[in-house]
Design a protein around this ligand. Sequence first.
Ligand code: XUL
Ligand code: CO
Length: 440
Amino acid sequence: MTYFDSVSTIQYEGPTSKNALAFKFYNPKEKIGDRTMEEWLRFGVAYWHTFTFDGTDPFGQGNMVRQWNHLKGMDLAKARVEAAFEFFEKLNVPFFCFHDVDIAPEGETLKETNENLDIIVTMIEEYMKTSKTKLLWNTANMFSHPRFVHGAATSCNADVFAYSAAKVKKGLEVAKRLGAENYVFWGGREGYESLLNTDMGLEQDNLAKFFHMAVDYAKEIGFNGQFLIEPKPKEPTKHQYDFDVATGLAFLQKYNLEDYFKFNIEANHATLAGHTFEHELRVARINGMLGSVDANQGDPLLGWDTDEFPTDLYSTTLAMYEIIKNGGLGQGGLNFDAKVRRGSFEAEDLFRAHIAGMDSFAVGLVVAHKLIEDKVLDNFIEKRYSSFTNGIGREITEGTTDFHKLEQHALQLTEIKNESGRVEEIRAIINQYLLTAFAK
Ligand code: XUL
Ligand code: CO
């Protein structure tokens, strides 16, 4: 059975193409610097938004027109796998990602749930033998079912902690079986609703113990994928413990976990935390903790996680700037944790949306690479901090001075001269690069 008959394999047609079902900027084999676009960008499709999501929102029922809508239970799960691999092939996308409950329905018991999962994983495994699309990461959904009402690894209920451990244990086994490059932890309900009934210290200690046990189990079964924590400040929980990269990093360092984890940074989570996407990428990068990216964008007029497909070229450019400066994403990728708007209910919209996102990141890659090649920002920054390359500045960076010497230096100063930061000029140059990158 096929599911997307109106769509054939998406081809690169170049910037002037008028074909909605073609790439205008993403040309997988085109070289940008020392790598192809495909190698830099490592795109992934999010199973939940693309195949599981039916359009339901807090005020309305599902409305997505899908060929599998008439099916239920395991039949539905199997049809989605078929559809998924047809979609991956037609989009020519190298990776996908899923939560356990996206691919297989939960049973009456944990045992039954695991059996369902095994059947679908076997089916996925079969498809993966011939497909070019690999598993970027999987994860356990520990936020939808009512048992997770007070959290998973930070629940006040030890039985829930144990149940969560069993789910992650299974998730790691699935990751190993399918050759996942990473395993993600997003703690949607790991946080608190009110401090009045919360033992924050115990909850965080428990979360750390949970992570250590996951690391130990991965070692035990020989799963070598990278562990990733995906920070988010809130939603669904009022305050989530891994609020942003800086908070997550402090947590990892406190509990001696920093050698085992990196971050999966999502654009819309960054903005919910009051940061830009590039801020979160920068904090992770300068600390050697940039692992992977959930590529999407929020709506500045709405205060929640809208998970839109990324189309803001300024943002994709500054994101790719950080990623190139990081030397790429290693075994991470750009997973579209993004869903079509409720009004975009046709199955073809799934392609249109991914094409929009992939083209936007391809533009970001090209422009950011040019900015780096031409040392546009590097030259500004080098000059701006040049006072630290000699004299007293050098002594500061080399750690060879102290407050006595600094006071002596300050006492001799007759005048302190600052220079303009020229941020408007830099922004204008970035605009110029954006507008001319593809000009003939
Ligand atoms: C929720 C979110 C999740 C994670 C995986 O905001 O981003 O889908 O990416 O659990
Ligand atoms: Co995400």
